[in-house]
Design a binder for this molecule. Structure first.
Ligand code: 5GP
Length: 251
Protein backbone atom coordinates (compact mmCIF):
# COMPACT_ATOMS: atom_id res chain seq x y z
CA UNK A 1 0.00 0.00 0.00
CA UNK A 2 1.29 3.45 -0.83
CA UNK A 3 1.92 5.91 2.00
CA UNK A 4 -0.68 8.40 0.74
CA UNK A 5 -3.55 6.00 1.48
CA UNK A 6 -5.34 7.24 4.60
CA UNK A 7 -8.82 5.94 5.22
CA UNK A 8 -11.25 3.71 3.33
CA UNK A 9 -14.10 5.83 1.93
CA UNK A 10 -15.98 3.34 -0.19
CA UNK A 11 -15.73 -0.29 -1.20
CA UNK A 12 -17.20 -1.55 -4.48
CA UNK A 13 -17.33 -4.96 -6.16
CA UNK A 14 -13.79 -4.79 -7.55
CA UNK A 15 -12.30 -1.50 -6.32
CA UNK A 16 -11.83 0.45 -3.09
CA UNK A 17 -11.63 4.23 -2.77
CA UNK A 18 -9.35 5.74 -0.12
CA UNK A 19 -8.92 9.23 1.27
CA UNK A 20 -5.53 10.87 0.87
CA UNK A 21 -4.04 13.81 2.80
CA UNK A 22 -5.56 16.07 0.11
CA UNK A 23 -9.37 16.47 -0.04
CA UNK A 24 -9.25 17.00 -3.82
CA UNK A 25 -7.61 13.62 -4.46
CA UNK A 26 -8.53 10.00 -3.76
CA UNK A 27 -6.76 6.70 -4.33
CA UNK A 28 -8.59 4.00 -6.29
CA UNK A 29 -7.31 0.55 -5.42
CA UNK A 30 -8.01 -2.18 -7.99
CA UNK A 31 -8.66 -5.47 -6.18
CA UNK A 32 -8.33 -9.00 -7.57
CA UNK A 33 -12.04 -9.69 -7.03
CA UNK A 34 -14.21 -10.32 -10.06
CA UNK A 35 -18.00 -10.62 -10.19
CA UNK A 36 -20.56 -11.21 -12.92
CA UNK A 37 -24.21 -12.08 -13.44
CA UNK A 38 -25.43 -9.38 -11.01
CA UNK A 39 -23.06 -10.71 -8.29
CA UNK A 40 -24.11 -14.35 -8.90
CA UNK A 41 -20.59 -15.41 -9.93
CA UNK A 42 -17.59 -14.32 -7.85
CA UNK A 43 -13.90 -15.15 -7.71
CA UNK A 44 -10.53 -13.69 -6.77
CA UNK A 45 -7.90 -13.87 -9.49
CA UNK A 46 -4.32 -13.02 -8.63
CA UNK A 47 -2.95 -10.03 -10.61
CA UNK A 48 -6.32 -9.07 -12.11
CA UNK A 49 -6.36 -5.80 -10.11
CA UNK A 50 -2.86 -4.88 -11.19
CA UNK A 51 -3.58 -5.58 -14.87
CA UNK A 52 -6.81 -3.55 -14.79
CA UNK A 53 -5.02 -0.62 -13.11
CA UNK A 54 -2.22 -0.67 -15.71
CA UNK A 55 -4.68 -0.86 -18.63
CA UNK A 56 -6.97 1.87 -17.21
CA UNK A 57 -4.02 4.16 -16.53
CA UNK A 58 -2.74 3.71 -20.09
CA UNK A 59 -6.15 4.32 -21.70
CA UNK A 60 -6.78 7.39 -19.52
CA UNK A 61 -3.37 8.75 -20.56
CA UNK A 62 -4.24 8.21 -24.24
CA UNK A 63 -7.58 9.97 -23.76
CA UNK A 64 -5.96 12.92 -21.93
CA UNK A 65 -3.54 13.26 -24.87
CA UNK A 66 -6.62 13.64 -27.08
CA UNK A 67 -8.21 16.33 -24.91
CA UNK A 68 -10.62 14.17 -22.86
CA UNK A 69 -10.70 15.23 -19.19
CA UNK A 70 -10.27 12.23 -16.87
CA UNK A 71 -9.89 11.87 -13.11
CA UNK A 72 -6.57 10.05 -13.56
CA UNK A 73 -3.45 11.66 -12.08
CA UNK A 74 -0.93 8.78 -11.93
CA UNK A 75 -0.36 5.25 -10.75
CA UNK A 76 1.24 5.14 -7.31
CA UNK A 77 1.44 1.34 -7.07
CA UNK A 78 0.79 -1.49 -9.54
CA UNK A 79 -2.82 -1.56 -8.40
CA UNK A 80 -3.36 1.94 -6.96
CA UNK A 81 -4.32 5.00 -8.97
CA UNK A 82 -4.16 8.55 -7.63
CA UNK A 83 -7.16 10.43 -9.03
CA UNK A 84 -9.02 13.72 -8.74
CA UNK A 85 -11.97 13.24 -6.45
CA UNK A 86 -15.28 13.47 -8.32
CA UNK A 87 -18.92 13.53 -7.37
CA UNK A 88 -19.97 10.51 -9.44
CA UNK A 89 -23.10 10.51 -11.62
CA UNK A 90 -24.99 7.19 -11.08
CA UNK A 91 -25.09 6.33 -14.80
CA UNK A 92 -23.43 3.47 -16.66
CA UNK A 93 -22.81 4.97 -20.08
CA UNK A 94 -22.59 2.09 -22.54
CA UNK A 95 -21.27 2.55 -26.06
CA UNK A 96 -21.52 -0.23 -28.66
CA UNK A 97 -19.79 -0.66 -32.02
CA UNK A 98 -20.92 -4.27 -32.55
CA UNK A 99 -24.19 -5.88 -31.47
CA UNK A 100 -23.57 -8.55 -28.84
CA UNK A 101 -24.26 -9.24 -25.15
CA UNK A 102 -27.48 -7.92 -23.65
CA UNK A 103 -28.39 -6.11 -26.90
CA UNK A 104 -29.00 -9.49 -28.57
CA UNK A 105 -31.07 -10.74 -25.64
CA UNK A 106 -33.36 -7.69 -25.70
CA UNK A 107 -33.63 -6.54 -29.33
CA UNK A 108 -33.70 -8.14 -32.80
CA UNK A 109 -30.17 -7.19 -33.86
CA UNK A 110 -28.09 -9.68 -35.85
CA UNK A 111 -25.19 -11.20 -33.89
CA UNK A 112 -22.03 -9.13 -34.51
CA UNK A 113 -23.94 -6.56 -36.57
CA UNK A 114 -21.82 -3.43 -37.06
CA UNK A 115 -23.42 -0.43 -35.31
CA UNK A 116 -22.57 2.74 -37.21
CA UNK A 117 -23.19 5.25 -35.72
CA UNK A 118 -22.40 3.55 -32.41
CA UNK A 119 -25.29 2.89 -30.03
CA UNK A 120 -25.09 4.82 -26.76
CA UNK A 121 -27.24 3.70 -23.86
CA UNK A 122 -27.64 4.86 -20.26
CA UNK A 123 -28.20 2.35 -17.45
CA UNK A 124 -29.01 3.40 -13.90
CA UNK A 125 -26.13 2.37 -11.62
CA UNK A 126 -28.30 0.97 -8.89
CA UNK A 127 -28.04 -2.57 -7.45
CA UNK A 128 -31.51 -2.44 -5.86
CA UNK A 129 -33.15 -1.83 -9.26
CA UNK A 130 -30.60 -4.08 -11.11
CA UNK A 131 -29.21 -1.33 -13.37
CA UNK A 132 -32.28 -0.68 -15.57
CA UNK A 133 -31.89 1.16 -18.86
CA UNK A 134 -32.99 4.80 -18.68
CA UNK A 135 -33.98 7.38 -21.25
CA UNK A 136 -33.41 11.14 -21.23
CA UNK A 137 -36.84 11.89 -19.71
CA UNK A 138 -36.34 9.48 -16.82
CA UNK A 139 -32.82 10.76 -16.19
CA UNK A 140 -33.91 14.40 -16.09
CA UNK A 141 -37.07 13.58 -14.06
CA UNK A 142 -34.93 11.72 -11.50
CA UNK A 143 -32.58 14.73 -11.52
CA UNK A 144 -29.60 12.47 -12.21
CA UNK A 145 -28.41 14.92 -14.89
CA UNK A 146 -29.80 17.83 -16.92
CA UNK A 147 -30.46 17.53 -20.66
CA UNK A 148 -27.45 19.74 -21.33
CA UNK A 149 -25.23 17.49 -19.20
CA UNK A 150 -26.55 14.38 -20.99
CA UNK A 151 -25.83 15.94 -24.39
CA UNK A 152 -22.29 16.68 -23.20
CA UNK A 153 -21.84 13.11 -21.89
CA UNK A 154 -22.96 11.72 -25.29
CA UNK A 155 -20.55 14.03 -27.12
CA UNK A 156 -17.58 13.04 -24.89
CA UNK A 157 -18.51 9.34 -25.19
CA UNK A 158 -18.35 9.53 -29.01
CA UNK A 159 -14.87 11.10 -28.77
CA UNK A 160 -13.72 8.42 -26.28
CA UNK A 161 -15.01 5.71 -28.62
CA UNK A 162 -13.22 7.16 -31.66
CA UNK A 163 -9.90 7.59 -29.85
CA UNK A 164 -9.90 4.20 -28.13
CA UNK A 165 -11.22 2.30 -31.18
CA UNK A 166 -8.28 3.54 -33.24
CA UNK A 167 -5.69 3.03 -30.47
CA UNK A 168 -6.81 -0.54 -29.77
CA UNK A 169 -7.31 -1.43 -33.44
CA UNK A 170 -3.70 -0.48 -34.15
CA UNK A 171 -2.74 -2.99 -31.45
CA UNK A 172 -4.77 -5.91 -32.80
CA UNK A 173 -7.95 -5.48 -30.75
CA UNK A 174 -11.52 -4.60 -31.71
CA UNK A 175 -13.32 -2.35 -29.23
CA UNK A 176 -16.71 -4.08 -29.38
CA UNK A 177 -18.39 -2.14 -26.57
CA UNK A 178 -17.64 -0.53 -23.23
CA UNK A 179 -19.15 0.97 -20.09
CA UNK A 180 -17.88 4.23 -18.63
CA UNK A 181 -18.85 6.48 -15.74
CA UNK A 182 -18.62 10.24 -15.33
CA UNK A 183 -18.54 12.62 -12.39
CA UNK A 184 -18.35 16.31 -11.61
CA UNK A 185 -15.07 17.85 -10.48
CA UNK A 186 -15.08 20.68 -7.93
CA UNK A 187 -15.50 23.27 -10.71
CA UNK A 188 -18.61 21.41 -11.96
CA UNK A 189 -16.95 20.05 -15.13
CA UNK A 190 -18.02 16.64 -16.41
CA UNK A 191 -15.00 14.36 -16.11
CA UNK A 192 -14.45 10.71 -17.06
CA UNK A 193 -13.94 8.60 -13.93
CA UNK A 194 -13.81 5.00 -12.70
CA UNK A 195 -11.93 2.60 -15.02
CA UNK A 196 -11.65 1.38 -18.59
CA UNK A 197 -10.40 -2.18 -18.42
CA UNK A 198 -11.29 -5.68 -19.68
CA UNK A 199 -13.80 -5.78 -16.77
CA UNK A 200 -15.76 -2.94 -18.37
CA UNK A 201 -15.12 -3.37 -22.12
CA UNK A 202 -15.43 -6.11 -24.70
CA UNK A 203 -12.18 -6.52 -26.60
CA UNK A 204 -11.88 -9.03 -29.44
CA UNK A 205 -8.83 -10.26 -31.30
CA UNK A 206 -8.99 -8.67 -34.78
CA UNK A 207 -8.32 -12.00 -36.54
CA UNK A 208 -10.03 -14.65 -34.42
CA UNK A 209 -12.66 -12.58 -32.55
CA UNK A 210 -11.54 -14.36 -29.34
CA UNK A 211 -12.50 -12.44 -26.18
CA UNK A 212 -9.83 -10.64 -24.16
CA UNK A 213 -12.27 -9.47 -21.50
CA UNK A 214 -14.67 -10.40 -18.71
CA UNK A 215 -16.91 -12.40 -21.08
CA UNK A 216 -14.43 -15.28 -20.48
CA UNK A 217 -15.41 -15.18 -16.79
CA UNK A 218 -19.11 -14.61 -17.58
CA UNK A 219 -19.05 -17.79 -19.68
CA UNK A 220 -17.37 -19.68 -16.80
CA UNK A 221 -14.24 -20.38 -18.84
CA UNK A 222 -10.60 -20.42 -17.70
CA UNK A 223 -7.84 -18.04 -18.83
CA UNK A 224 -9.24 -14.70 -17.58
CA UNK A 225 -5.96 -13.39 -16.14
CA UNK A 226 -3.92 -14.61 -19.14
CA UNK A 227 -6.26 -12.65 -21.43
CA UNK A 228 -5.96 -9.47 -19.31
CA UNK A 229 -2.16 -9.96 -19.26
CA UNK A 230 -2.23 -10.13 -23.08
CA UNK A 231 -4.11 -6.80 -23.19
CA UNK A 232 -1.44 -5.23 -20.93
CA UNK A 233 1.20 -6.60 -23.28
CA UNK A 234 -0.53 -5.13 -26.34
CA UNK A 235 -1.29 -1.65 -25.00
CA UNK A 236 1.76 -0.73 -22.87
CA UNK A 237 5.07 0.31 -24.40
CA UNK A 238 8.20 -1.74 -23.66
CA UNK A 239 9.40 1.03 -21.27
CA UNK A 240 6.09 0.99 -19.40
CA UNK A 241 6.18 -2.82 -19.09
CA UNK A 242 9.71 -2.59 -17.72
CA UNK A 243 8.77 0.17 -15.25
CA UNK A 244 5.91 -1.91 -13.81
CA UNK A 245 7.76 -5.27 -14.04
CA UNK A 246 5.16 -6.85 -16.32
CA UNK A 247 6.15 -10.44 -17.10
CA UNK A 248 6.56 -11.49 -20.73
CA UNK A 249 3.49 -13.10 -22.30
CA UNK A 250 4.05 -16.72 -23.31
CA UNK A 251 2.40 -17.21 -26.68
P1 5GP B 1 -23.98 -5.76 -21.95
O1 5GP B 1 -25.09 -4.78 -21.72
O2 5GP B 1 -23.95 -6.26 -23.35
O3 5GP B 1 -23.94 -6.85 -20.93
O4 5GP B 1 -22.62 -4.93 -21.71
C1 5GP B 1 -22.19 -3.92 -22.60
C2 5GP B 1 -20.78 -3.47 -22.21
O5 5GP B 1 -20.86 -2.70 -21.01
C3 5GP B 1 -19.80 -4.60 -21.92
O6 5GP B 1 -18.52 -4.19 -22.35
C4 5GP B 1 -19.82 -4.75 -20.41
O7 5GP B 1 -18.58 -5.18 -19.92
C5 5GP B 1 -20.14 -3.33 -19.96
N1 5GP B 1 -21.02 -3.29 -18.79
C6 5GP B 1 -22.36 -3.14 -18.78
N2 5GP B 1 -22.84 -3.16 -17.52
C7 5GP B 1 -21.78 -3.33 -16.72
C8 5GP B 1 -21.63 -3.44 -15.29
O8 5GP B 1 -22.58 -3.37 -14.50
N3 5GP B 1 -20.35 -3.64 -14.85
C9 5GP B 1 -19.28 -3.74 -15.69
N4 5GP B 1 -18.06 -3.95 -15.18
N5 5GP B 1 -19.40 -3.61 -17.02
C10 5GP B 1 -20.62 -3.42 -17.53
Amino acid sequence: MSEIVKELLYTGKAKDVYKTGNDDEVIIKFRDDITALDGGRKDTLSKKGEYNALISAKLFEVLEEHGVATQYIRLVEHNEMLTKSLEMIPLEVICRNIATGSLLRKYPFHRNQRLDPPVIQFDYKNDVYHDPMLNDSIITALKIATQEELDKIREITHVINKVLYKFLNERGLILVDFKIEFGFDKEGNIVLGDEISPDTTRLWDIETHDNFDKDIFRKGEKGVVDAYHRVVDLVLTEEEKEKWNVEKVEL
